[in-house]
Design a protein around this ligand. Structure first.
Ligand code: ADP
Ligand code: MG
Length: 468
């Protein structure tokens, strides 16, 4: 029988000496982050068992520090040293917070690495295929095309663009934390947010940058909850240096995810890590979002991006043309810039169609060709839904005149259509709650929110409302 106490003490002694060596070979910050949380548990012969806080932690160490640890162990314990891991997971029941992971054992090329959990009776279901250093890299999810170089600056995006650049240039030293950029579809929010990540990686290759779409964040979280891995999830996000969350509006109404994001946000912000958030609307206009979170969003800089003016549209097109390396006459560029005004994405789409047509049919790119394609293109662009359109349709349905809607009355025949208009306007337009209220008889934003909730409730209880 092994003397448990004794082996624990020995483990501590040996590990402390290993740490001495490790400390000399990593930065102070990395040492703090990755090594102070490791607990030596047992030393049996040359086998050292250490406990790490999470699966992610284990993978990160394997990826980045295994050689160093191996060297330290060889030095202190000897050539035949073996490292075992115990991975701690926090369970909802407090007494049982040690790992319930399957027994993972690895036959490795690297004799100093061996992974086991402390549940010896559980079955081994997942021996890693790639032995030893398991290559998990934090994939930043950055698209190299979305760089600052490829981003055209104009009046419409100047504040956002310059703040974004400053963040990447002087990481951790600007007041723009979080940077919250917002604006309509296809105006360059994702591009700009990614540009920050790309530039940070270029200037500070060691920084961990993570770009994530909010809906992906939500599904990751849901999955983590299902598998009782919330802790790993939170840990994972808490180690990044630059966290970019795209389209935060998807968190609306997702209370639990908001709560979790709130914790991650606070943790990162406290450590002066950079947060970059994009949204289709301003923080105040985000419906069903925790007040605490909205107030955090306002801490740094809010910068809106508006549709580009003619000059910027031309600049954007010229950039794309330069990237594609194709010669396009100036008058064609001007023609496209004049005809497509809605969003950069459509501008790009038109340009690509023209280039494709010209190359497929071996036609020269002329204004004539551009006209044919742009006309077709413009017809296919979905018309944006406006509050006016919604009002018209709802009034027709309920046989009301638009003026009647504005009457100061609590009559159900008026109140209900009005609420339905507000609901649709919130759902299908990018108007702010204030703007919707103003269009519906001078109501304030809380009335609009109340209306939306009412209609949501009716959808649950009244089957005539389900179809919406
Ligand atoms: P959003 O996230 O706001 O919906 P995106 O960032 O996805 O918009 O932009 C849509 C497309 O337009 C992308 O291909 C992007 O590269 C391009 N784009 C947007 N703004 C600019 C800009 N200022 N300069 C160059 N390209 C741009
Ligand atoms: Mg986007």
């Amino acid at each position: 029988m092994v003397d448990v106490k004794h082996s624990k003490m020995q483990a501590e002694v040996v590990w402390t000496r290993c740490l001495g060596f490790i400390k000399e070979n990593v930065s102070e910050k990395n040492y703090e982050t990755w090594f102070t949380a490791i607990k030596p548990m047992e030393l049996n012969d040359s086998k050292l068992l250490i406990q790490v806080p999470s699966m992610f932690f284990y993978e990160y160490i394997e990826e980045h520090y295994i050689d160093l640890i191996k060297k330290a162990m060889e030095l202190i314990i000897g050539k035949n040293a073996v490292l075992n891991y115990l991975i701690e997971v926090e369970n909802s029941s407090k007494e049982n917070n040690k790992i319930k992971l399957p027994n993972i054992s690895v036959n490795t090329k690297n004799p100093a690495v061996n992974v086991t959990s402390n549940t010896h009776h559980s079955k081994s279901i997942n021996p890693f295929v790639i032995p030893g250093i398991k290559k998990i890299q934090i994939d930043s999810h950055l698209n190299p095309n979305y760089s600052f170089d490829n981003f055209a600056e104009g009046e419409c995006n100047r504040l956002a663009r310059n703040a974004a650049y400053a963040i990447a240039e002087r990481l951790g030293q600007t007041a723009f934390n979080p940077l919250f950029t917002y604006g309509g579809v296809g105006l360059g929010k994702t591009h700009l947010a990614q540009a920050i990540g790309i530039e940070v990686k270029k200037r500070y290759p060691d920084k961990i940058v993570l770009y994530v779409q909010a809906d992906r964040f939500i599904s990751q979280y849901t999955e983590a909850v299902r598998e009782n891995r919330q802790n790993d999830f939170v840990h994972f996000y808490q180690v990044v240096d630059v966290l970019i969350i795209d389209d935060i509006q998807f968190l609306s109404g997702k209370e639990k995810t908001q709560e979790t994001f709130f914790h991650i946000f606070n943790h990162l912000h406290q450590l002066q890590k950079q947060l970059v958030i994009t949204s289709d609307r301003a923080p105040v206009d985000l419906p069903d979002m925790m007040e605490r979170l909205i107030s955090r969003f306002k801490w740094g800089l809010q910068a809106d991006i508006t549709p580009p003016d003619y000059e910027t549209r031309k600049k954007i097109l010229q950039k794309k043309i330069e990237i594609e390396g194709i010669a396009i006459p100036d008058e064609v560029v001007s023609y496209i810039a004049q005809s497509i005004t809605t969003s950069v994405r459509e501008l790009e789409g038109a340009l690509i169609s023209i280039m494709a047509q010209s190359s497929i049919n071996k036609k020269e790119i002329t204004v004539e060709l551009a006209k044919q394609i742009v006309d077709k293109f413009a017809r296919n662009i979905n018309r944006e839904i406006t509050i006016d359109m919604i009002q018209k349709i709802v009034c027709e349905y309920f046989n009301l005149k638009p003026e009647e809607l504005k009457a100061k009355t609590r009559r159900r025949e008026i109140v209900q259509p009005r609420q339905i208009i507000m609901y649709f306007a919130k759902k299908y337009t990018k108007s702010s709650l204030q703007a919707i209220g103003a269009m519906c008889g001078g109501k304030d934003h809380s009335t609009v929110l109340h209306a939306c909730r009412n209609v949501e409730d009716l959808k649950q209880t009244d089957k005539r409302f389900r179809i919406y």
